[in-house]
Structures are given as C-alpha cells and as structure tokens.
Design a protein around this ligand. Sequence first.
Ligand SMILES: [Zn+2]
Length: 683
Amino acid sequence: MQRLLLTVLFAVLFSNPMNARADRLFRESKDIPELASIEQPQLEATSSNVKNLRVSVGHGEFLLQQGSAARIQRDGKAVGIYFKGEGVFKYRTDDKVEFPRSKYNAAKVGGVRWAEPDQAMELTTPFQEALIWFQDQPLPSLEGATGADLNVFYPAALRWADDVDGPCRTHLQYSHQVQGGLAPLVIASLKGSRSFLYVFDPAQSQVEALWCVQKRTAMDPHGADLALLSQQPIGWNQKVPVAPDFLLSAVEMDLTGWRNDKARLMVTETLVPVSRSLSCLTMSLLNDRFAGSLDDRRELVLRSVKDEQGRDVGFSHRQGEVLIRLNQSAEARKPFKLTFEIEGDFLVRPGGDNYWELGTSPWFPQPDLNGQAYSIKARIRTQKPFVPMACGRTARRFEEDGFNGVEVRIDEPIQFFVVLAGKYSMQEETKDGLTIRVATYAFAPRDAPKLFTLTRNIINYYQSFLGPFPFKEFNIIEKNSWGYGQAPPGVMLITKEAFNPIADEINRYFSRGINERFAHEIAHQYWGHVVKMPSIEEQWLTESFSEYSAALFLRYVKRVSEFDLLVQNWRTHAEAATAASAIPTANDLWNGSNNWERFRFRTGLIYDKGAYLLYCLNQELGDKVFLTFLKSYQATFRWKFGTTEHLNGLLKHITGKDHAAFFDRYYWGSELPPKPGTVPGKP
Ligand SMILES: [Zn+2]
C-alpha cells in the first residue's frame, strides 16, 4: 500500500546505489492526454494580500502570516494556491512507533526541532514560499486586496517542487482524479531555510507524510533526496497492514541480451484487483541504471503497454514508476493481462566485468511488496559466450544463432525474480530430488563437492524444523566481489571468497564466517520466500529470522563458541542502534553526513536486534517450544505474507501466554531486553 517512495527505498536497500536514482529528465508517456494539464497548471493573473490565513489538513496546519497568494487553475478549476511571504507550518505526530526515528532524522537534518507535549511530538517551522495542492478538499478563500505579481516566480517554484526526488505529484494527482473517490489529497511543497514536502493521502497510500528536502551531497550524489520526518497511517495501524489494490499473480517473460549491453524484454503480467475495480494503476519500474559513473546512464525504455486484445494502453513512465490508464476498468477479483515491451542498454556489467545482473530493483513492472506473489515462466537468451541463469526450475537449456538460452519455471508465488548472465561455468549434483548447482565466474568450480555437502547439511538441518525445502533446484552463483550474499528464490548470490576459502590472504579475511553467511542465505528460502514480508516495515521477518536460523545451525554443528559470539555481537550492535529507531522504522533512518552510521544502525536493528529478540524468546521458551513455534509459523504462512502481529498470535496459541508487551517494548518500541542469564541448551 505505501506506494509513496517505495521505489527509492528499494533502490537504497537492495541494489547498487548507482542504480538508485530514477532520472527526472527522462520521461515517457503515451496517450494519457490529461497529464499535460496536471503537469503545467496555470496561475491566476492577480494575487491577493493575505494575513494570518490558516489552513488545516490532517495533523498539519499552514499559517500564511503575511504575503501574497494566488490560485492555481486547471481546466477552469482551482486546484491549489501559490504563496510568497512569511508563513509557519505546524505538524504533529501521535504515532509513538515513529518517535525515535523522527527525532534521529530531525537531528541529522539540523535546524528542525520536535517539541514533546503530552503523548505527541510537534514541530513548527517557518517558510517563505509554498505550493499547496488540494483535490476533493475546499480551497481557502483569497479575498484580500491585490497582492504582488507572483507569475514571475511561479514557473521556477513549480519546477523546484516537481524536481524533488519524491512521490510523483503528477501521477498521484492523476490517479486520485481517476481512482481516488471522494477522500481529499493534499500535497504541499514549502521552501525556506529548510524545505519540506508534505502529503496527506487518505484514499490511495493511506498515509500522511512529511519529509525534509535535502540536497544530494557530493559524497553520495545518488542518495535519497528526502529525510523522512514523519509517516502516520490514516485509518489503520502498522500492526495490521492494509491490503494492496491489486496483486501481480503471474509473470511470463522473454528476455534477449546482447554483448553490447542491449536488451529486449517482453513481459506479460497477470494482475488481479483485490477489492475494488481499477481504472488506473501504478507500478514500480526503473527508468535507468548507472554503470559506474553519473555520465554512464543506461535507460530502460518502455516502448509499449498492450492489453489482451493487443490494443495500446496509455502509460506514463517517470521517477521510477509507471502509471497505466486501462482501456476499460478492471473488475475486482477478475484477473487481466498487460504486456510490456522494454528496450535499452541496461545490462550493466559492474566494473566492465563479464557478467550482468537484473536483480531485486524493479527492472520489470512490479506492485508494492504485498502485491507480489507471482508464478514465473521465463525464456532468456544471451549472446555467447555469456551463459544465462535465473531463479526457478530449469525447463530446458538450448543454443541457437550464437545465443545461449534457458527456460525456467516457478509455480509457487514468489517475489524478487532475478536473472544473471556472464562467463560462468557450472557443476551440479542431484540427490533426493534436489539439484544443487554451483556457478563460478571466470574459472571452473574447484570446491563444488565441498559446497554441495555444506549446502545439503544446512538444508537437512532446516528441514528438520522449518519443513520441506521449498525449491527443487538451488543455484549458488559467484559474484565477482567481496563480502556479501543475497538470496532470491532458489538462488544464493555470494561473493568469491565462498568458492575458494584457502587461496590467499584477502580470501581468508573474507571467508571468516562463511558458514554463517551460507546458512543465513539458505535460511532466506524459508524466511523471505516461503513466508514473505508484506512491507519494508516487516523486513525483520526475513533478516532476523534468517540470522537466527543460521546461528541455530552453527550451534547444531557444535560450533557453540561461534553461536555465543553471534549473540554477543547482536547485543552490542543492538545496544548501539536501539535509541535511533524501533525495528519497523529502521529503513527510514536518514543521515546525510554519516551514511555509515545510518547503515550500521539499520542493520543493528533489522538484523541484530531482531535476532537478539529471537534469542531472548528461545531462552524463555526453551528449544522444544521455540522450534515448534518457528515450525508452526512456517506451516501456517507457507507461501503467504507474515506479520509480526501474527507471530504474537501464534505464540499465544502455543504457549498460552500473551507476548504483546514483549513486542510493544522491544519491537514496536526502542527498548532492549535485559541480558538473559544462561546459555541455551543444545537441541
Ligand atoms: Zn539476509
């Protein structure tokens, strides 16, 4: 649901930061004629003097103390006001979960201070210029004497506001007009010594959000433009996420990649409106990726969108999202198909290496996380000598006309479909119905048998309490880099130290903890794919649970000291990070001058503090009950979306005890549990 800024978050979380920025200059649209008037609305010729004019929206209040204001017109209708003078914006949040993160971000932004009256936080900030848009919400009346000529300032103000790398105003206003119903939509851009973006959107994203607008720094030119100060749900609460507007239930794709980085991608998606009919929809889709430098921008050009009858469908592709105007509205619960044709030179080879990856950032159109549960049928061809690899069961490998090809299938509902290709060699082993494949970059696999054994040992252990391994094939693919892993469905991407742990000093350094990393990435097949996260706020369900499962494996293979060291590290990292944010808001931490601290705090919460909470629960419940709890969670939510609230429900069912206070203090709150006194026994 929280479509606002999802793309930006994803870029920050999962992809190379060089791919993060959707370039604003690059815009495509086709056959949505109404967009032009939304993009360039006109200012009335004369403005009015205003004095102490108050406009209240949600938890915000704009006070236009003194200056000139004029109405903005679209198709003969007033849709906003432009103000220049002295103004003050007051905003209040009473969502306690976000207090620590809101305070941390405000401190890092500087010049913004929260006051803390009873049970709330408030900020007051001056501005000198404001663009405030109103849809389905009455405009304040402007009746004073004629004011200053604002038309000289208005075009630059509009450009400035629309150039902020935030939610796309044009798309939001358009979809509200077509789809929003009667609830209001208010968007405000405020400019002063500190500048802000405010969105009140009860109909679509169902959130009220406030960001401080930040300039990109020289250090991180692609970094997020916006520091989140507040995001409050409207009419729901974070413990029970709202349902998505529509699901992506099946993807059929045909991808061809050439040696010159060019690609052609045809994707047919089956979409299902969940509870109401849809006339338009918005999905994430990258506009570009960067290959090493800002100058080397690679485009994803959306050539066409077609419906099942082969008719063109209107779309607008900008700011990392695609807005689609359906030819006829799609009924609730009735699946329909759209076919996208995408071209471009977006097969980025990191550092000029002989491989590319289309990873977890949205390189084909994707809804919000809770709308992603799709099967896959994909046919991938890459010009020789590159060999294509992808998530899923191999239906067929083939060679034709100078291309290597593969066809893959996944029948279960997944997220994060990933494709790679490069100069890879493969070795595989099939046993007990599971094929494990090792694909190494540049050199043939040397230690494959060792990796087969390690992987099988880990999987066998997990099967003993997490249920059957979810995929029939598991690919371990080398990334030509150091020190990290990733886990798309049926795949582990892992850096080169994993493949030759005794080679040289640098290898030895990075291969420390390799068993833990292997176990963590394999655990993601359960925590991430079998049980999915419905939103970025619930990411600990994938990271902390994989982390703790990996630690359990180490303890199981009698590496108790490594288990103890992990627990110690989790506690230390959690202690450092816990005041900065509660776990669910940790992805929104912002720190323009010290991104390393932001990174450490985010991982200290989503990986370390979460794993430590599981350790505490394990201590309290004992191994038998705790493992039963994990097993039941996997069984109950197999191929579904989990939530933290569900965890508590299940715990209550199993133990008879309500753990709501535990989660309120330590998960939704920023406290850290006291150290348990004893070391857990062995399973
Ligand atoms: Zn992970």
